[in-house]
Design a protein around this ligand. Sequence first.
Ligand SMILES: C[S@@+](CC[C@H](N)C(=O)[O-])C[C@H]1O[C@@H](n2cnc3c(N)ncnc32)[C@H](O)[C@@H]1O
Length: 403
Amino acid sequence: MAALGARGRAAAVLLRRGPGPGPRPGPRRYRHKEKWAATAPRIPPTRLALHHLDAGCGARLRELWPSVRAGLLCEQKYGALLNNFAPSDRAARELELLNAADFVAEAAGKAQPVGRGDSASLEESGEGRVMARAVTSPPLRTSFSPNIKCYTFPRGDITRFRPARPDALGLLDYYLMDAASLLPVLALNVQPDDFVLDLCAAPGGKTLALLQTGVCGHLTANDVSVSRTRRLHQMLHSYVPKEIRETVSVTSCDGRDWGQLEGGTFHKVLVDVPCTTDRHSVTEEDNNIFHKRRTKERQMLPMLQLQLLMAGILATKPGGEVVYSTCSLSLLQNECVIERAAEIAETQFNIGIHVEDLSHFRTLFQDTFSFFSDCRMGELVLPHLTANFGPTYFCKLRRMRKG
Ligand SMILES: C[S@@+](CC[C@H](N)C(=O)[O-])C[C@H]1O[C@@H](n2cnc3c(N)ncnc32)[C@H](O)[C@@H]1O
């Protein structure tokens, strides 16, 4: 009714009273007006999402934005994460014949292996207390999780993968996912016997990638949504043999409470938060966070993300590492959450946080992905028509040991 204005409201009152005697044209015009007001077209969520991105990313990405925008609106590319638990190499051979290649192996080929303790030199933040960031590019290092194999088609090749097939034991041969979603898992760099927490795990693409490393000492996969946790269970049934499945703890807790439940327990924590899922938001009307009725939920996302990241930090052992990731281009959901979490960790919990330098990922994976070169911290994969993955933002934090 507010949208009607004074004249419209008057018209509505008149209409409720019904037409009186006299000439017909007046009431007919009023009836038309009320109908117009009641059914005025709403902006579809996809258009609203695009408006938001045009305003936010247009300013930030500048001349890159038209290309990123076109990528977002076009068909996304996938990668095929090979299932090491279905050990036939038939799928790999088949993919290679189609000219797909394992982008992780290719990157590892470019890198020099380094020891566990080797880390980039770090500099203090403006205030000189909260965080640090590498100032020099580290040497190319294979500081990423082992045994993960993911096939992609070359730049410009838009061949689609066939659906996954079961092996003799019924396990599917590969898992199709946005290949850029693997980068946060690779950045977590799981080491033998690490206790790993995947705080927002469903439907489980990254959980499966964590399991592919074959080195997790223990893996806990959590997601607050019971229905999505069911999908996580289904994924485990389709890809992971029973004896391994049974070693994974699947829980349905609110991740924000995790720090209080099991504080300081894990060597590695993945915090892959709910976000505006930009690609989905500009292309799909269903389940779109830009729907008018979800405005509040959308506005509260950075707060939820911050709380989840804080819980992840608190769940990590001193010396342990957290990778935060989103599939959004938004500064507010990416770097701003990291900055605020580091600040809160320091001021409220007396926990020092180092933001790790991941710039070598840009060098190692540049043949496969298009990276944004101007992130304040962390790395961002930008959609591009020749390599249409992402967006994926990921940033690695180390919880400092007490001095
Ligand atoms: C981006 S999705 C995770 C995708 C998943 N990591 C993967 O690779 O398949 C974010 C997930 O966070 C979950 N989530 C939202 N709020 C949460 C909370 N408070 N605690 C834990 N999980 C939450 C959602 O149910 C959703 O499944």
